[in-house]
Design a protein around this ligand. Structure first.
Ligand code: CA
Length: 229
């Protein structure tokens, strides 16, 4: 799960970022409104968290532009303002939820989860060949056997599955799973893919995770599944 956080108060931002990362979300954090808008329009996020008062473009304007581009990603507004008028403006511009600072992290995370659930009601369970992936509990099964993946391994598998039929570069995988400001010094993606393959292979052939030479990795579309579309 990848979350965009646009928040210029460093204290609040690091509190949110750290907390979400502990819950195994990947967080892209930017302080500038324009940068936030550009990331929101370029990358696929599961949830976008917007402060209202920002340098560059404010949160309301960002929210409006995201919706104008028909991007339906759930948006949560954060603000120090708590007047009814500000909440109405926030929700009217297309935000799904609203939190007034200061707030408790427990409530914040519960609301983020609720936004994810609303978005993905139909997508909670993914199936691919004999694999069953529960996107809420982060569990993977082959038949009735659970495959024990570590959080980053799960995130990579999910990202590849959600983009079946597309070659994903190592950079795209790193940005999605570790965040775009992560600077890998090793072949971290290859190491994780190798481990995912080994774990899956204990239960079912893992050759559907293909290496694309010089580029990255991909999972082919599942022909049996396409027949039902
Ligand atoms: Ca602010």
């Amino acid at each position: 799960m990848r979350i965009l956080l646009v928040e210029d108060e460093t204290g609040v931002a690091s509190f949110i970022k750290r907390g979400l990362e502990e819950e195994n979300y990947t967080v892209d954090h930017v302080v500038d409104g324009e940068e936030g808008l550009s990331l929101a329009l370029t990358n696929q996020y599961d949830v976008i968290i917007l402060d209202i008062m920002l340098p560059g473009v404010n949160g309301i304007a960002i929210c409006k532009q995201i919706r104008q581009k028909s991007i339906q990603t759930p948006i949560m507004m954060l603000t120090a303002k708590d007047s009814v008028k500000d909440k109405v403006v926030g929700l009217d511009c297309g935000a799904d939820d609203y939190m007034t600072k200061p707030f408790s992290f427990a409530e914040f995370v519960a609301r983020v989860r609720a936004l994810l659930r609303r978005k993905q009601d139909s997508l909670i369970e993914l199936r691919y060949r004999t694999l069953r992936i529960d996107t809420l509990s982060h569990k993977v099964y082959a038949g009735d056997k659970e495959i024990m993946l570590r959080p980053k391994e799960f995130a990579i598998l999910l990202y590849l599955l959600r983009n079946k039929g597309r070659v994903l570069s190592r950079t795209q995988i790193i940005e999605n799973v570790w965040g775009y400001d992560f600077n890998p010094t090793t072949n971290i993606v290859d190491v994780h893919i190798k481990s995912i393959r080994e774990k899956i292979n204990e239960f079912t052939p893992s050759d559907f995770i293909r290496s694309v030479r010089g580029t990255g990795y991909m999972i082919d579309t599942d022909s049996s599944e396409d027949a039902h579309d």
